[in-house]
Write a protein that binds this ligand. Structure first.
Ligand code: MAN
Length: 511
């Protein structure tokens, strides 16, 4: 089965001498590393992808397509070139870089110096002299300019990277400061809550203390009364004793009055049986009991009632107990009755005034608590903004942080375009889109203003390496979907020779 090229641009059948195309060492159109595939054995050669088809060595490059894969015609355009099945011819381009040209351009009468600077694509006519030296000169110039440009742009990029790192570090510092403030404020909040609770407990403990106070006052009164009646009795006894002493000392024993004698005798017995001062009942036992009672009360007070020294919350439970205990004890140290009563009255009034003061403190504490809560909320909001920002994608090495907030604008055609890197794109005053993402090469903007009878505007800003940010072009591939080319150092990378060669365009006019 034979395959014939449909490309009729060149008909060389009669021109090409078969013997010149086939050589044991060099098959035209084949790169050196593939030459070995064309070595014939006993004058026979097999199609590369279909070895069942065996050809004569002379059928290679005979300008007749014998192999279905076209491998027998690397140096002609006999086998058809299609997008799905492309075929290439190798140009050695000595002194420049080897390249491949589509086979339909081989021997078509045109010197394709942009690919084959050695003119080998027109080997049949030999009409294209070798221009590789000139092309190489052009390339070297281009290479130097390009490398210098990229080097300069990379320096700018380094600056941007340093700026981005600085911005991120500053943000991280800010976030940790806010975090610390937040923790402190949360602690204050907890302390205030605990204080308020303790105050409330103290207040709830007050009725019990009041009850105790009333009881103690009652006991005090009873004791006072007892003391007074004791004193009156003692006075009367002393009177009687002095009367009897008088009688015992001055009666006339010669009168033989039996009643007087009995009275004097019994008085003598009374004196000898009279208890000494020491044996008088004293109140110390009672005081000791009260002290014990006080200690127990102090120990058993609710554990969460704590009064911080710097906050004036009075009376505390402890203070109240201490106060009443002190008052009770002082009563047993002989404070005159009148004074004591007046003082007690005064103290009671003071106590009444103190209670609303405690409530006032709770009010103040609650206000402090509310303001601490507000601070916590706002610090929390601030912290989440910083954290969200730190976690946000700013491209490789966070480089977009360096251009955040910057705008690049240019008049192109009838409109002025304004590009805010992480913000928005405007066409005059029309919103083209808001920043949505960065894919490492292009910035994407979406949800712009709606087109009349069309979609919402959007844009893709493709970045190419350049030392300065500069809008190069804008197009509208689809209605209201814009494509920008932006030169920027952001996407610059060191260029390889391969990239330089593929990016180089020969200036044919200078050859
Ligand atoms: C304006 C501009 C154009 C756009 C049309 C759509 O003229 O925004 O870019 O194509 O509106 O109506």
């Amino acid at each position: 089965m034979h395959f014939r090229s449909s490309d009729l641009r060149l008909r060389l059948t009669g021109i090409i001498a078969v013997s010149s195309l086939v050589s044991a060492t060099n098959i035209i159109g084949v790169p050196p590393e593939k030459q070995h595939l064309y070595r014939a054995e006993d004058g026979k050669w097999k199609c590369l992808l279909d070895p069942s088809i065996v050809l004569l060595e002379s059928q290679i490059n005979d300008n007749f397509c014998d192999c279905p894969d076209g491998s027998d015609e690397p140096g002609t355009n006999a086998c058809e070139y299609t997008e799905e099945d492309p075929r290439y011819f190798y140009c050695a381009n000595e002194g420049y870089f080897p390249k491949f040209i589509e086979n339909y351009k081989v021997n078509d009468g045109v010197c394709d110096y942009d690919v084959c600077c050695d003119g080998s694509d027109e080997y049949a006519s030999g009409q294209c002299e070798n221009k590789c030296k000139e092309v190489m000169e052009q390339y070297r110039k281009y290479e130097e300019e390009k490398r210098n440009g990229v080097e300069k742009a990379l320096k700018v990029k380094d600056g941007l990277l340093a700026q981005a790192e600085k911005a991120k570090n500053a943000l991280a510092r800010k976030a940790s400061e806010v975090k610390k403030l937040l923790e402190d404020e949360k602690r204050t909040l907890l302390e205030l809550s605990a204080l308020i609770e303790a105050n409330e407990n103290t207040e709830s403990a007050l009725p019990l203390v009041e009850e105790l106070s009333q009881y103690v006052e009652n006991v005090q009164e009873q004791f006072s009364r007892l003391q007074s009646s004791d004193a009156a009795k003692a006075k009367r006894i002393a009177q009687l004793e002095s009367m009897l002493a008088e009688l015992a000392q001055n009666y006339n024993p010669n009168f033989n009055d039996a009643s007087v004698k009995l009275c004097v005798r019994l008085y003598g017995e009374y004196l000898s049986n009279k208890p000494g001062e020491d044996e008088q009942p004293n109140l110390d036992t009672f005081k000791e009991k009260m002290a014990e009672f006080y200690t127990k009360l102090s120990e058993n007070q609710p554990s969460d009632i704590k009064v911080e020294p710097y906050i004036n919350v009075e009376p505390s439970f402890r203070n109240m107990v201490h106060h009443y205990y002190g008052k009770l004890i002082s009563n047993f140290h002989g404070v005159p009755e009148g004074t004591d009563k007046e003082e007690r009255q005064k103290e009671r009034e003071t106590e009444r005034r103190e209670k609303p003061a405690s409530r006032k403190n709770i009010g103040e504490l609650t206000q402090k608590l509310e303001s601490a809560q507000k601070k916590v909320n706002s610090l929390q909001a601030e912290l989440s903004i910083h954290v969200e920002n730190i976690q946000r994608s700013y491209g490789p090495d966070d480089i977009l942080r360096a251009v955040e907030g910057q705008v690049t604008s240019k008049q192109i055609g009838e409109y002025t375009y304004k590009l805010g890197y992480l913000d928005s794109v405007y066409q005059d005053n029309t919103l083209v889109g808001r920043f949505s993402r960065f894919d490492g090469k292009s910035l994407h903007f979406t949800h712009g203003s709606k087109c009349w009878n069309g979609p919402q505007r959007s844009a893709v800003v493709e970045m190419v390496c350049g030392p300065e940010p500069q809008l190069v072009s804008v197009s509208e591939p689809e209605k209201c979907h814009y494509k920008f080319i932006l030169e920027s150092p952001i996407v610059c990378t060191a260029v390889s020779e391969e990239e330089l060669v593929s990016g180089f365009r020969v200036d044919l006019s200078k050859l």
